[in-house]
Design a protein around this ligand. Structure first.
Ligand code: ZN
Length: 133
């Protein structure tokens, strides 16, 4: 089962919790045991799984990436968003989440975050739910 999920971002750089949307897609797929593959078809966005319990963690991740890869870093790319391209590559554009008994399986403190690095925009995340039996 394949689904293209829209993701609306509101700042230039932010981590958006998309866990509930992914869970809803998995439920609609009817798959009980399998894998959920997430793919971000963008060059200035990414996906990661990390802590949701303390919202400061997602801010720390975003701010640490911005310190590592500053916006005005003297890049060649004339569009002016090379920092966002580099962050996308560092974080990565795909992830797998296990599916068990019809639910995505995450650790107690984990959530799935869409990472925006050059927003705000309407983005998409491609979700494929696979039955592995
Ligand atoms: Zn660019």
């Amino acid at each position: 089962m394949f689904h293209e999920m829209p993701v609306r971002t509101r700042r230039r750089s932010e981590l958006v919790d998309i866990t509930a949307d992914i869970q809803a897609i998995v439920e609609r797929s009817g798959v009980k045991d399998g894998l959920c593959h997430l793919f971000v078809p963008h060059t200035t966005a990414a996906i990661t799984i990390n802590e949701k319990a303390d919202p400061d963690v997602r801010r720390d991740i975003g701010e640490t990436l911005s310190k590592m890869v500053p916006e005005g870093g003297g890049y060649l790319h004339a569009e002016g968003n090379s920092d966002a391209h580099v962050k996308s590559t560092l974080v990565g554009v795909s992830a797998f989440v296990p599916v068990r008994d019809g639910d995505i399986v995450l650790g107690t403190w984990q959530a799935v975050f869409f990472c925006e690095f050059d927003g705000p925009r309407t983005r998409s995340c491609l979700v494929r739910v696979m039955n592995t039996g």
